[in-house]
Ligand binder design. Structure first.
Ligand SMILES: Nc1ncnc2c1ncn2[C@@H]1O[C@H](COP(=O)(O)OP(=O)(O)O)[C@@H](O)[C@H]1O
Ligand SMILES: [Mg+2]
Length: 321
């Protein structure tokens, strides 16, 4: 089994002018197998994008790291040292949330693909455009016309495909897609997911999807990591996340999702996540958890249970500890 990504007790923070560090990711460990679709889910502000940006290697200069991160066995983060040489762009690439703002409005799609390929491989325009066309067809755009289009001449869905073509054009094998469907309507969302699944097969991609959409997560992901306040509180299979959530937080997320054909009252998630920078000594979810008990003043370890891993003291007995 080849591991595409491995994080070991990874912490990521942002330093402000007074040199205080706000820890956005507070010690996460996970493994992503090559070819896997791995999802990070959780409410806004829980640290999903920070984890994604750390994998891609696009943290800002004032970011601080601890722990370890490997991409295909190459250490890219070791403590506060970060080195993405040969990895960023070439091995790991990303699909932006909003291609309308990340594509350059003044350049044609062809020119943008050329600049990427020229800067990564030094290819000339002719060779770059040949490769560019291959990737545009791969994302089901008509290469001959789209290559000369400016972003505003494309629909939102087409812009998203063009952004994926640019991300893949370097031959990257790991694609991090940060909320790739949030700017699209339901129909286009489904099409984009289908496209990503197809590319995963044909290009042997490893996909890391960041989303707060639990329903599509359940349908397409092999593994789901549920993130709460900078920690992974649960890891389980995609199919289990809605039908058999383990952690009380995942249970709340699942209860808030409308399921086709099933009549039940939808519940909103009570309470609020901790404020950024707020340090909680015990379980991060305890202040909001309806099932919290005395033990939860201590931070729970991750317990292995039959269908996943869960950081919740209620599983201590089941896991045999
Ligand atoms: N570039 C940044 N500089 C400073 N703080 C940031 C930056 N990016 C994210 N944060 C902070 O880190 C925390 C986690 O944010 P983020 O990773 O974007 O979460 P999510 O993607 O789950 O919404 C938030 O408190 C956010 O304000
Ligand atoms: Mg985000």
């Amino acid at each position: 089994m080849v591991l595409a990504v491995k994080a070991k007790d990874l912490r990521v923070g942002y330093m402000d002018e007074e040199e205080n560090i706000l820890w956005a990711v507070k010690g996460v460990s996970f493994e992503v197998r090559q070819g896997e679709v791995f999802c990070l889910v959780g409410e806004s502000g829980c640290g999903k994008s920070t984890i994604g940006n750390t994998i891609i290697g696009i943290l800002p200069p004032y970011a601080v790291t601890e722990g370890e991160l490997y991409v295909f066995n190459k250490p890219v983060v070791v403590g506060n040292l970060r080195d993405y040489t040969g990895i960023r762009g070439r091995v790991v690439s990303y699909v932006p949330q909003n291609p309308g703002t990340s594509l350059n409005p003044y350049q044609t799609i062809g020119t943008q693909l050329y600049y990427v390929l020229n800067s990564v491989y030094g290819w000339d325009k002719k060779k770059s455009l040949e490769v560019a066309k291959k990737y545009l067809s791969l994302v089901e755009l008509d290469p001959e016309s789209v290559i000369d289009y400016y972003p505003h001449e494309l629909s939102g869905g087409m812009q998203q495909r063009a952004a994926i073509a640019i991300a893949l054009s370097t031959g990257a094998k790991i694609l991090v897609a940060d909320e790739p469907t949030s700017a699209l309507d339901a129909h286009l969302r489904l099409q984009l997911i289908k496209l990503l699944m197809k590319l995963r097969e044909t290009e042997s991609l490893t996909l890391i999807l960041i989303t707060h959409d639990l329903v599509s997560t359940g349908k397409i992901c092999d593994t789901v990591a549920v993130v709460y306040s900078g920690k992974i509180v649960e890891k389980c299979s995609g199919s289990n996340v809605i039908i058999e959530p383990l952690h009380p937080y995942t249970q709340m997320l699942a209860d808030a999702v409308p399921l086709l054909g099933i009549k039940r009252p939808l519940k909103s998630i009570p309470g609020e996540p901790p404020k950024p920078g707020e340090e909680i000594a015990g379980c991060v979810f305890a202040p909001r958890c309806p099932l919290a008990f005395e033990k939860c003043v201590e931070p729970p370890p991750s317990f292995n249970v039959y269908n996943g891993e869960v950081a919740c003291w209620r599983y201590a007995n089941i896991a045999g500890r």
